[in-house]
Design a protein around this ligand. Structure first.
Ligand code: KG4
Ligand code: ZN
Length: 337
């Protein structure tokens, strides 16, 4: 089964052709990062306009690279949400039009579920059950994946997402959007023990997260130094902040693995590209004899392949969408109760 998948939830226009869920025949990503950089973040209206310009050329490039035509597709898939509504609408309109014209079924995918399925693309032998740590610009959650369409929410952030904290701190330090990769790079040169930032909710017996207190503490630290005219090492600040985030994420993930008995951990979402987090989780998993799945960075950030993979497993269970499908900027994860 060949699926053409559309992903336009934020600032990447991406289309992929995925065969039988795991074989990526093409994954074309047109990033708008350089366009939004000068505004310090994604400007929704500008993102939508660029998706409109890019979506068909990106889809045609994906088909081309896969050596396919539109008629070779067995189904169309699209990110329905969560994301920026105007951005999502472009992908939804494109996928619906193609499904109607080709008379092929349509699958509506949850973006966050797609991030988890990037692991299935990267690791052909990976099968549920496993535990997923999802860390992106908008979400931070621990999900127990019990089946291809069976998810349990163990915990999530009560305020900011991890990626949001990375981006905000980088911005205060004067680095352009998206800030996560800048903090990651600085942290590799810094001393993680230099500043003791709070490890929010680290000690509590639940699987929820909170990063707003940590974010404020780092910003206060930077502002106080600035007011006193003291020089601050960006490298040490980045390393200490990143350690506070990765310590909490690692500790909670290991506690969740202990509680659920899951033997495999899958890392997902844009922040999964973070070097410090990948290393900390790898060490903790080795210590406990757990398997850690970490997709390549290109599969961690937004891409069409993960949407095509997720769609395949939905299609297998007949989970198709009507042509009246609408984008849903707050689409909830389909958790089982
Ligand atoms: O998953 P994603 O591409 O988009 C959302 O669905 O939100 O995640 C984007 C987030 C941004 O906050 C970005 O700064 C962060 O992922 N990110 C990183 C790294 N690469 C991307 N954060 C930390 N370290 C990185 N290397
Ligand atoms: Zn994403």
């Amino acid at each position: 089964m060949k699926i053409l998948a559309f992903e336009t939830s934020c600032d990447e226009t991406s289309c992929a052709v995925v065969e039988n869920g795991r074989t990526v025949l093409s994954d074309v990503i047109s990033s708008q990062v350089p366009i939004h950089k000068k505004f310090g973040g994604v400007v929704p209206e500008i993102a939508s306009r660029h998706h409109i310009e890019d979506v068909l050329p990106v889809a045609e490039a994906a088909l081309d690279q896969a050596g396919c035509t539109w008629k070779d597709m067995d189904a169309l898939a699209v990110t329905q949400g969560p994301g920026l509504v105007g951005a999502l609408l472009v992908g939804v309109a494109a996928a619906k039009s193609a499904a109607w014209a080709l008379e092929k079924p349509l699958v509506a995918v949850n973006h966050m579920e797609g991030h988890i399925f990037a692991n299935l693309v990267q690791y052909p032998d990976l099968e549920p059950p496993f535990l997923a740590l999802v860390v992106s610009g908008g979400h931070t959650m621990l999900v127990q994946v019990l089946g291809y369409n069976h998810f349990l929410l163990l915990g999530q952030t009560r305020d900011d997402a991890a990626g949001e904290a990375f981006d905000k701190i980088a911005r205060v330090m004067g680095y352009p959007y998206p800030g996560g990769p800048h903090i990651d790079k600085l942290a590799q040169e810094g001393d993680a023990e230099a500043v003791a930032f709070p490890h929010a909710m680290g000690g509590e017996h639940n699987f929820d997260f909170s990063f707003s207190g940590l974010k404020s503490a780092v910003i206060n630290y930077l502002h106080t130094a600035q007011m006193k005219g003291e020089a601050v090492s960006h490298e040490d600040t980045a390393a200490s902040f990143q350690k506070a985030v990765t310590d909490v994420l690692t500790e909670k993930t290991m506690a969740a693995a202990d509680k659920t008995g899951m033997k495999t951990i899958a890392l997902a979402g844009g922040v999964a590209a973070n070097t410090g987090l990948r290393k900390a989780l790898a060490e903790a998993c080795v210590e406990r004899g757990l398997r850690l799945c970490r997709p390549d960075p290109v599969l961690c950030t937004d891409n069409g392949a993960m949407i095509g993979c997720r769609a395949y497993y939905m299609a297998q269970e007949g989970k198709f969408a009507p042509l009246t499908l609408n984008a849903d900027p707050r689409l909830p994860f389909s958790f089982s109760r």
